[in-house]
Design a protein around this ligand. Structure first.
Ligand SMILES: [Mg+2]
Length: 370
């Protein structure tokens, strides 16, 4: 007798991905209308070690993008207006947006302050209608625009939200998923970065559909088991990951291993600064502040030590992280011994720690309205 089983994809879900349009820059322009139509860059000042956090579409025309160094951005567009990020303000707006989402579902997975997945499977309205309402309510509550993608899973919803940016919506109903993926460049799959893209291109793969005829065993030979299975599914628009409500994050850290061991204190200080910037950016992005700062050092002989301290008030400020880490550094043998790895971690997030660790799976429902 034939075995009866329901393939998970038959439990059709409705997933919405919402992404604010150049969020930080849009907030700044909203609050200072004289910036309208100008290249606005939120991030570090040119000449500093800072990077571009977000920039307006006018700045993007100059080839400026987030994570680019501010100095390079300045070279591309000297007339750009650089604004220091105001994380308090962005957090406040982010929570307004979250309030709009909550009117439609509790199954919300924020990816950053300005981006989230919503599982609206259980809602009686069409996913399309929900996305439309969210967009208009976000606009009326914040005067800011966002883009939305609606699809049967996170992969498709996320790719879709990027297709009609800014201020647009793209809906991919389940029966259109295949056509949607077909001519899509593999680079559009979140998780395929420039390194993976190069590798795939060198194997002759540019589009999702070019993966389809390749047998999984051949893909495994070419890409390794993990990557092959992942790409096999993603290229076909398959993604069973549930929308996860927030998880507990206990610490956040960044570290660097150097190609050559470091002796020079100035150089080490410079590296501490760079790592502080990275940690601070991640904390701001994830809306976290911590009280405990940990410095990790691996000496050239591989001995590893950590030094940590708890400060009075929670922070995610780059200068404070740097100062504290540098003070910790002075309590080590750095200078006398050379260093092969440096790392900085922040923990004790306290109140901002999110305690809901549940993973929410949406139930499969019979009738799904797209
Ligand atoms: Mg965004």
């Amino acid at each position: 007798m034939e075995k009866m089983s329901i393939h998970p994809t038959l439990l059709q879900r409705k997933i919405v991905h919402i992404d604010m349009d150049c969020f930080y820059a849009a907030v700044e322009v909203r609050d200072n209308p004289s910036l309208k139509g100008k290249p606005v860059i939120v991030g570090g000042q040119p000449g500093s070690r800072g990077v571009v956090a977000t920039c307006s579409y006018e700045a993007r025309k100059f080839g400026i993008h987030s994570a680019m160094s501010s100095s390079q951005a300045y070279k591309r567009c000297p007339s750009a207006i650089f604004i220091k990020p105001n994380s308090e303000k962005y957090r406040a707006v982010s929570s307004q947006i979250r309030d709009v989402f909550k009117r439609y579902t509790d199954v919300i997975e924020p990816l950053s302050l300005d981006e989230a997945f919503l599982d609206v499977t259980e809602h009686q309205l069409y996913g399309t209608e929900i996305a439309k309402r969210i967009r208009s309510e976000v606009f009326s509550d914040t005067e800011l625009t966002c883009s939305a993608g609606v699809g049967p899973n996170k992969l498709i919803a996320k790719i879709a939200s990027d297709m009609n940016k800014p201020n647009g919506i793209t809906v991919v109903p389940p029966h259109k998923a295949k056509v949607f993926m077909e001519h899509l460049s593999l680079r559009k799959i979140p998780g395929v970065g420039s390194v993976t893209e190069k590798k795939l291109n060198s194997l002759g793969f540019k589009l999702c559909k070019e993966i389809w005829p390749i047998h999984i065993s051949e893909l495994e030979r070419k890409l390794g088991k993990r990557m092959a299975g992942w790409l096999y599914d993603r290229s076909r628009g398959i993604d069973e990951r549930p929308v996860r409500t927030e998880r507990i994050r206990k610490s956040l850290s960044a570290e660097r291993t150097f190609s050559e061991d470091l002796n020079d204190l100035d150089k080490i200080q410079e590296e501490i600064r760079k790592i502080s910037v990275r940690v601070s950016e991640q904390l701001v992005k994830k809306d976290l502040k911590g009280k405990t700062i940990t410095l990790k050092i691996k000496y050239s002989d591989f001995e590893q030590i950590t030094r940590c301290i708890s400060i009075e008030r929670k922070t995610n400020d780059v200068d404070e992280l740097f100062e504290v880490s540098y003070q910790l550094l002075l309590k080590t043998e750095v200078g006398a011994r050379s260093v092969r790895l440096l790392g900085i971690g922040v923990s004790s997030f306290g109140d901002s720690e999110v305690t809901d660790s549940s993973i929410t799976f949406s139930n499969g429902v019979q009738q799904v309205l797209f």
